[in-house]
Ligand binder design. Structure first.
Ligand code: 2AM
Ligand code: CA
Ligand code: CA
Ligand code: CA
Length: 318
């Protein structure tokens, strides 16, 4: 399928409006759930899924198949129920109906719908909508990343904050998550990494420590917050394509670096041509670092610093 620039801007508008209507459902679901508390435990007591995850996914999937009947669909709940298309050259939507289900269940206002669109294997459109804060993040490859937020009549271009150069991880406010795999051995390893990042261990970061760690409870919102400039980096193990697809586009368009699980494998919109990036690896590798680019990505020295930051990361975390 050959798509034109007009098709892409239509797809972006379609995805934004779909995210808004899905957001309405998420908000009414939250109201209902906080009143009568209907929650299923999926694999264990922390892997929650609600009837709303499924409802929202069905709504989104239905609207997509009405408007774009030939496009493929990857979604968390469809995947869970055995509908598992592999990545191909076909135009493909990649959707998490509710990212941050635990927050959604608790009424902690950081949950969102994440709609990614993949074209020729490459994440191309990203829309992330937090209906509790009415924040709509979106990006189309090659056209920048934006945030629509109450109080501003025009979309804000990301990053919002004038980035101070990040020269060491020790200057970072860093997003991390506990995840849903709570086997003691897994959590111990994560906690060790948190200690190495946040503590003054002599052997890492030259005895320095990151400014602090934050857990927002939503992978997609971690990505969009790094893109915005509110976090300097987000490190995660275990995410799925629907957690990161939209976020990857938004972060890249905001000038961030994104890495997959292969050491030092970096994607940045102004460096290696993005069609050389191993997108299967980036989407399915399950290990991610997204990091705000330092100010001078235009220079080789700046890019070296950037690589060193990522290297520091790999040397610090387990
Ligand atoms: P969910 O709310 O859609 O389940 C919380 O740590 C964040 O990680 C959420 O975005 C959550 O998505 C996502 N997540 C879910 N399962 C995960 C896993 N096994 N490993 C890492 N992150 C996961
Ligand atoms: Ca889930
Ligand atoms: Ca998710
Ligand atoms: Ca989800």
């Amino acid at each position: 399928v050959q798509l034109t620039p007009k098709d892409f801007s239509d797809l972006l508008e379609f995805s934004k409006s779909l995210a808004k209507s899905a957001g309405e459902v998420i908000r009414s679901g939250s109201k209902a759930i906080l009143q009568d508390g209907a929650v299923d435990e999926k694999k264990n007591s922390v892997d929650l899924v609600t009837e709303w995850d499924v409802k929202v996914e069905n709504l989104v999937k239905g609207e997509i198949s009405k408007t774009y009947p030939d496009f493929k669909f990857i979604g968390e709940e469809s995947y869970s129920s055995g509908d598992r298309p592999t990545l191909s050259d076909d135009p493909t939507f990649c959707v998490d109906p509710i990212d941050g289900t635990t927050n959604f269940v608790h009424g902690f206002p950081f949950a969102c719908i994440s709609i990614g669109f993949i074209y020729k294997r490459q994440p191309t459109i990203g829309v992330i909508y937090n209906p509790f804060l009415d924040q709509l993040y979106y990006a189309l490859k090659g056209h920048g990343a934006f945030l629509e937020v109450p109080g501003y009549s025009n979309p804000l271009r990301l990053p919002i904050s004038k980035a101070r150069p990040l020269e060491s991880l020790s200057q970072a406010l860093l997003g991390v998550e506990w995840g849903s795999d709570r086997r003691a051995s897994v959590i111990q390893k994560k906690a060790n990494s948190f200690v190495r990042l946040a503590g003054d261990s002599k052997e890492v970061l030259g005895g320095k420590m990151v400014h602090s760690l934050r857990s927002m409870g939503s992978a997609a919102l971690n990505y969009s917050t790094v893109a915005q400039g509110g976090l300097d980096s987000y490190w995660e193990i275990g995410c799925w394509p629907w957690d990161v697809c939209a976020g990857i586009v938004i972060a890249l368009e905001a000038g961030c670096y994104v890495t997959g699980s292969k050491q030092y494998f970096l994607a940045h919109r102004d460096e290696e041509p993005l069609d050389l990036v191993d997108w299967d690896e980036l989407l399915w590798g399950r290990k991610y670092i997204v990091i705000r680019a330092i100010a001078d990505t235009a220079t080789e020295k700046g890019r070296d610093t950037q690589r060193r930051l990522v290297e520091d990361f790999y040397n610090t975390v387990e």
